[in-house]
Design a protein around this ligand. Sequence first.
Ligand SMILES: Nc1ncnc2c1ncn2[C@@H]1O[C@H](COP(=O)(O)OP(=O)(O)OP(=O)(O)O)[C@@H](O)[C@H]1O
Length: 300
Amino acid sequence: METIIRTQGLTKAYGRLRALDEVSIEVQPGQIYGLVGQNGAGKTTLIRLLTGLARPTSGSIELFGHATGLNEQRHRIGALIDAPALSLDLTARQNLEALRIQRGLAGRHWVDEALDLVGLADTGKKNARAFSLGMRQRLGLAAAFLGNPELLILDEPVNGLDPTWMVTIRRELVRRTHEEGATILVSSHLLAELDLFASWYGFIHHGRLAQQISAEQLHARCERGLRIAVDDPARAVTVLEESLGIRRYTVTGNEIVLTERLDEAAAINAGLVAAGIAVSALEARSMSLEDYFTEIVKGA
Ligand SMILES: Nc1ncnc2c1ncn2[C@@H]1O[C@H](COP(=O)(O)OP(=O)(O)OP(=O)(O)O)[C@@H](O)[C@H]1O
């Protein structure tokens, strides 16, 4: 299957500032690709380039396997960027109706579906200007969802939503990938928030892609472990393997981290000590997602 989004060396400079610096990402069909980065990292800039709201300084973009005729391909995208591009003088229905016509979608049911989905079907004659922040955000999402686009590009989609709506929107995003074959690129400054539903991540820092990693890999790297500091790691590893049958561990300096048999700290300690190894520390370790992110961007 074709790669849905591919960028190579994508760069956007504003004067001397490289808001995006040589970013190469790949988003495959059916993924929920979480773009994670702190404020000012370059997430919105990347999204603006992908959706054609800004032009790259250098580098390339491919959408749905096409490197040219990108504007044509962009009709297949539903996007939510910054403050949603809506008319505040129109009602929710009027806004979506205008968009429906603009996008050439036949049938008013598209508008009804989108309004129902975001809970704005009963807002009647109220103009978007009178909407709360959360309602405007939901209207922006309805606009992105309109017509079931193959690719959704959403900049901080749950911003301003209450917890109930956050859950509803996340579920809808997952449902779209599972049941309708949609692909989603979604940005957030919170990895823990994206961890509730993303399947891949791009970590972005100071305009650069620090890492691209699957949710599975990320969880494996943040796995719980038992950290053991010893005087002689080489011999300790032999004891762990031969006497205790342990296979899953990593060694860094004089520290060993086991990722199995975590409930057997006392027996492991006794086994090492009995073999004449000095154990200076033994503790459970668990790296939070945010700790992992901080580690990765420190080296970027
Ligand atoms: N039009 C512009 N002119 C000048 N600088 C800009 C422009 N747009 C973005 N920048 C700068 O580019 C950098 C990246 O901004 P961007 O909005 O992409 O970050 P972000 O990751 O989306 O941050 P946030 O989480 O705060 O939305 C920032 O330093 C920002 O000030």
